[in-house]
Design a protein around this ligand. Structure first.
Ligand code: ZN
Length: 86
């Protein structure tokens, strides 16, 4: 596979979009997609993604306090309370 050179944000050299190696270094290597390290990625549908809700400062404080009282994060508290019984 040929390297695909693209500009780097943090370096004047270009780097390979596929394998990530810098241009001057990568000429000595074939382009290989790095093997994923560690456990396989979680399926997209099972990932927790950032969501956004609007709360007043007071509501947020109350939520934080209730979450702290039971020892979970605000996010976990919302999940626990809203999805209880599922
Ligand atoms: Zn490459």
């Amino acid at each position: 596979m040929e390297h695909k050179w693209v500009p780097s944000e943090t370096d004047p050299r270009r780097h390979c979009e596929t394998c990530g190696v810098y241009e001057d270094y990568g000429k000595n290597f074939k382009c290989e997609v790095p093997k994923p390290v560690g456990r396989p990625a979680m399926p997209e549908a099972q990932k927790r993604k950032p969501r956004s809700i609007k709360m007043t400062d007071q509501e947020w404080q109350r939520l934080q306090q209730r979450a702290a009282d039971v020892g979970v994060s605000a996010a976990e508290y919302i999940r626990l309370k809203t999805l209880a019984g599922d």
